[in-house]
Design a protein around this ligand. Structure first.
Ligand code: FAD
Ligand code: NAP
Length: 337
């Protein structure tokens, strides 16, 4: 694993932003990680850990070391009604989902077709269609940058929240996830109430769905609504869904009686960021080389040749317009570098 200077990241971020890393290295084993961290180059440079680059926006060249985690492998470590499956942090997320669905291990089917790697899944507690990583994570192992030791984190240790974890909070920049273990089940507990899953199952005449049916339906809905990063650069939802207090929500509801809303923990209310943005007239808007996706205003896209600065400026315009119309402050979900 040699260190490479001035390395192009264009094909390593799903926005397709054309930037370079001052230094780049990839690691395939925990031993590689130890070797990399023995090098003085690590101490001399700031560090960015890269998975699939599907939750990032580069606004400039990265003036430091980009370390790509390529640790592979999927292993069943315990079989019973519950099944514990461990995957290397560099494993492609959707390959793990397909493996589990094919073997009848239930729990990940609603998370079909999310881009990125296993290692990033606990970082922001990825979620879709009513299921989050916190629902299935048993534990994860991580390389502690300060000591070079491998530590195991239980679900409770991860302090998961809505698109949050301890790795984005007080342990930010301190650990590199090397593997994740998921507790799955041979007895499915299907979650089909969310979004259009039930409607699509009914349309297909499926009354008693299997986990493969749910996975197929989720894949079909996603393909119909989301741009494929291999043809249109994007990083999925650019903003988080805002969660506001009941009093602020009551005020909003009186002005916007059809505002979509969902109960959130601690008596708060979750709003759909995509709806707020759409109501401001942004859906499908083209702004220079960037814009929002025609089928989902929450997704910012690179129509070709966009710079990260351009996308970032467009996101500021959206934040300000939504703030003026609804008094709600959108927070970016995508990591900005
Ligand atoms: P990266 O973008 O490479 O990294 C994300 C963050 O995690 C960075 O801060 C990085 O430093 C850190 N990181 C990555 N790997 C490690 C590691 N091994 N150790 C420590 N830190 C690490 N997300 C959802 O939650 N739900 C969805 O439904 C969803 N749909 C999407 C659809 C599309 C079309 C796209 C493009 C994105 C979507 N996303 C979704 C966002 C994205 O796929 C997820 O956030 C994914 O988990 C990011 O994985 P990654 O490997 O690409 O991470
Ligand atoms: P959607 O089904 O059109 O729903 C719009 C929003 O309403 C979603 O953001 C969702 O919140 C919320 N919602 C819908 N049904 C709900 C319910 N029964 N209970 C609580 N909240 C509900 O959304 P979409 O854009 O097509 O995305 C579908 C799913 O994939 C969502 O879960 C979304 O989070 C996920 N997704 C995530 C990304 C990403 O990059 N993070 C990208 C694409 C899709 P939640 O977002 O909290 O689920």
């Amino acid at each position: 694993m040699p260190f490479i200077s001035n390395y192009s990241l264009k094909n390593l971020n799903t926005f397709g932003i054309d930037v370079n890393a001052k230094l780049y290295v990839d690691v395939s084993t925990e031993a590689d990680l130890k070797d990399v961290f023995a090098s003085p180059l690590v101490k001399e440079n700031k560090l960015l850990v890269l998975g699939g680059g599907s939750n990032m926006l580069f606004t400039k060249d990265y003036d430091g070391l980009v370390l790509k985690v390529n640790i592979k492998g999927i292993n069943v470590i315990q079989q019973g009604d519950d099944v514990l499956v461990t995957a290397g942090a560099g494993e492609v997320w959707d390959i793990l989902v397909k493996y589990c669905v094919a073997h009848g291990y239930a729990g990940l089917e609603n998370l079909t077709l999310i881009p990125g790697t296993v290692g990033a899944s606990p970082i922001q507690n990825i979620g879709a269609y009513g299921v989050e990583i916190k629902d299935v994570l048993e534990s994860c192992t991580a390389f502690e940058i300060a000591t070079g030791e491998i530590k195991t984190f239980s679900k409770a240790d991860c302090e998961f929240g809505y698109r949050e974890s301890i790795f984005k909070g007080k342990l930010k920049g301190k650990y590199i996830i090397t593997s994740v273990t998921y507790r799955l089940s041979k007895i499915p507990n299907l979650q089909t109430h969310y979004g259009a899953i039930n409607t699509e199952l009914e349309r297909r005449g499926i009354a008693n769905p299997t986990i493969a049916d749910v996975s197929n339906v989720v894949a079909a809905i996603r393909v119909s609504k989301l741009p494929d990063p291999s043809t249109i650069g994007n990083a999925g939802s650019f903003f988080k869904n805002p969660v506001i207090d009941q009093q602020s929500f009551d005020k909003l509801l009186s002005n916007f009686p059809d505002i979509p809303h969902y109960p959130a923990p601690n008596g708060r209310v979750k709003l759909a960021a995509g709806w707020l943005i759409e109501q401001c007239g942004f859906k499908g808007m083209i702004d220079g080389h960037t814009g929002t996706w025609k089928n989902q205003a929450l997704v910012l896209v690179n129509h070709g040749g966009a710079t990260g600065q351009e996308v970032y400026r467009f996101s500021e315009k959206i934040i300000e317009t939504v703030r003026q119309k609804f008094g709600v402050l959108l927070e970016r979900e995508v990591n900005i570098f």
